[in-house]
Design a protein around this ligand. Structure first.
Ligand code: 6PG
Length: 239
């Protein structure tokens, strides 16, 4: 776990870490695959990444979404829209390298299946296997959710599917999410959390290791799990 008391240092670290993992991926197989989360926390990081001038690296980067709300891609609540406005629309990256979760056609389940098809075909996933993402970037909700995997959701027990359609009364929009087996198969998983409102849940996840919370179920088999948090978010840890 890394705790930063300076936002710029935190962002600088994240960009450097991204570059390291990208180089690792490129050396291993010629390209870099990343799953990006929505929410407010990563916005500043995406904006910082957009300033990073590396056309050749973007050409070798494949961007997937960790989750999406079942709204049109130009809706203000769409994660794709946020990513486009903060990062993807500001860099030179081939359109074929961007993998949105399409929501315009058909049902929620059809969108989840469509995204699963895209993942399977890009990663050449055969039966019983999972995609090998180089990096998955996650956020944490105050209730311990991560991606669109919420406490008590059926999607948490999914062990074969790559994507889940998530419908919950307490969540404003229906969602599509990568499943835990996909997240836990990634080479690197980084949680980014900022602000005092995240302190109690971080205490439960890191301090108590509460197994009932979705974020605690993220345990990449590579062992490369990193929490990058600010001072406020860390305030209840080891108190
Ligand atoms: C989303 C997410 C979700 C998010 C957390 C934290 O699409 O909303 O992927 O898991 O990371 O809810 O959100 P904040 O960063 O806004 O606190």
């Amino acid at each position: 776990m890394l705790i930063f008391d300076d936002e710029n240092q935190m962002l600088k670290f994240m960009v450097e870490k991204w570059e390291d993992i990208l180089q690792e991926g490129i050396q291993r197989k010629g390209y870099f695959t990343v799953g990006l989360s929505g929410g407010k926390t990563p916005i500043m990081f995406y904006q910082k990444l957009a300033e990073w001038d590396s056309k050749s690296s973007w050409e070798r980067t494949q961007v997937f979404l960790v989750d999406e709300r079942f709204v049109s891609l130009d809706n203000k609540d769409s994660n794709y829209r946020m990513l486009r406005e903060t990062l993807l629309g500001k860099i030179v990256i081939p359109q074929k390298n961007i993998h949105p979760i399409t929501t315009g056609k058909g049902s929620l389940e059809a969108s989840a299946r469509e995204y699963e098809k895209d993942l399977k075909s890009f990663f050449k996933v055969s039966k019983g296997q999972m995609p090998d993402f180089d990096l998955i970037l996650l956020g944490i909700g105050e209730d311990g959710h991560t991606a669109s995997l919420f406490p008590g959701s059926k999607a948490l027990s999914e062990c074969r599917r790559l994507t889940a359609a998530v419908v919950l009364d307490e969540v404003r929009h229906d969602r599509i999410s990568l499943t835990l087996p996909v997240i836990n198969h990634a080479e690197h998983v980084i949680f980014l959390a900022r602000g005092a409102n995240k302190a109690p849940v971080l205490e439960k996840i890191i301090g108590e290791d509460d197994p009932s919370l979705p974020a605690s179920m993220v345990r990449p088999r590579s062992g490369n799990l990193l929490f990058v948090i600010d001072l406020e978010a860390s305030s209840q840890l080891y108190a």
